[in-house]
Write a protein that binds this ligand. Structure first.
Ligand SMILES: Cc1ncc(COP(=O)(O)O)c(C=O)c1O
Length: 368
């Protein structure tokens, strides 16, 4: 029996498949010594905007920077509230705090783990300036309902698309569904750099221009800066690597989709709660997450067999020590808190073999 470890994500397998293109991109940047901004960054931005069905993409240094810069560029800061989910990676809220604004949490939909529009509307106050839904695990949030709320209350709608490059609702890609969308190219993401990276997409030309200025020290010419900005540019080396990987992203997302469907077949007879996908939604399966009250036992069993599963996320943001200042105790967001106790992310990456997937399913079935 094959007992070799199965990782949650296998970046070595991805490099093995694409190494010729990636090596050539790295060699080109080094030969040109054009490390900061320049043609590599521009070319990637143009290609990524097209991929997202958006007019503009602005490369930045991380997904966290993408959110902070977008809020700053929209003039959102101290005294303002931004509504988001407590069931996400901390960067979503951290970027709101870094911009000087206050994160206000709303509970999630238990079926999709994404923000519940009814909870969002209930959280609106006179200080609310923006909604910041996360497309968690690669599945778009309920953007039609959130768009209606944002329009009704005159709020900005910013997508946290860090986990959802290429996901769609009714044929429209994330990155084109709000005023702006923030992407991360952290190495394990569906489109990952070889270090940190991020981007903002938007159809708003003025917003794109403001973002380009803010990411580069508020610069208007070489040594003239008309506002205090940031050193949050996307590295040319990362842009070249991302541009080499982008043409393969649709195929990689299709491979994830096939594996997700296969997991659903293999696990159909178990009592695990499988992912729910609403009509018209095409997720990109950044993570394949099942739910069970026996999560901790199953996680231990998988680990014993060398299978790396994960929990995204075990501690909701309102219960993080960093956010005690918000004064939100246990019980504030019961749907999120229950999900945090029960979700389990199974290994899924485009290069995963059928045999690896069968081993994961067999380990879960044995453990039922
Ligand atoms: C939902 C979400 N938002 C924001 C981020 C922050 O992105 P980065 O790590 O590139 O700063 C991440 C990932 O790391 C994420 O998963």
């Amino acid at each position: 029996m094959n007992n070799s470890p199965i990782p949650l994500v296998d970046l070595k397998a991805q490099y093995a498949a694409l190494h010729a293109d990636i090596d050539a991109a790295i060699a080109r940047v080094i030969a040109n010594t054009s490390f900061i901004m320049g043609p590599e960054v521009r070319a990637f931005e143009e290609a990524f905007a097209v991929f997202c069905q958006a007019h503009y993409a602005v490369g930045v240094s991380s997904g966290t920077a993408a959110i902070e810069l977008t809020l700053r560029a929209l003039g959102i800061g101290p005294g303002d509230e931004v509504i988001t989910t407590p069931f996400t990676f901390i960067a979503t809220a951290e970027a709101i705090s870094a911009a000087g604004a206050t994160p206000v949490f709303a509970d999630i939909d238990p079926a999709t783990y994404n923000l519940h529009p009814v909870a969002v509307e209930a959280a609106i106050t006179p200080r609310t300036r923006a909604l910041l839904p996360v497309h968690l695990y690669g599945q778009p949030a309920d953007m039609p309902a959130l768009t209606a709320i944002a329009q009704g209350y005159g709020l900005a709608l910013i997508e946290d698309a860090a986990q959802a490059h290429g996901a769609e609702i009714a044929g429209r890609r994330v990155g084109s569904l709000g005023h702006a969308a923030c992407f991360s190219f952290y190495p394990g993401k569906n489109l990952g750099a070889y270090g940190d990276g991020g981007a903002v997409t938007t159809d708003d030309e003025a917003l794109a221009g403001r973002l380009r200025k803010l990411r580069d020290h508020g610069r208007v010419s070489k040594y003239v800066h008309d506002e205090i900005g940031y050193g949050h540019r996307l590295d040319a080396l990362q842009a070249a690597i991302l541009a080499a990987k982008l043409p393969h992203l649709n195929a990689a997302n299709a491979a994830r989709r096939r594996l997700a469907e296969r997991y659903c077949d293999l696990l159909a007879e178990t009592d695990l709660i499988l992912p729910f996908v609403p009509d018209g939604v095409a997720p990109v399966w950044h993570l394949f997450v099942v739910r069970t009250p026996r999560r901790d036992d199953l996680l231990a069993r998988l680990r014993e067999q060398g299978i790396e599963a994960g929990i995204h996320y075990p501690l909701p943001l309102h219960l993080q020590p960093a956010y005690t200042s918000l004064g939100l105790g246990p019980g504030s967001f019961p749907v999120t808190e229950a999900a945090a106790r029960q979700v389990l992310s199974l290994p899924l990456f485009p290069e995963m073999t059928d045999e690896q997937q069968e081993r994961v399913a067999a380990a879960l079935i044995e453990g039922m």
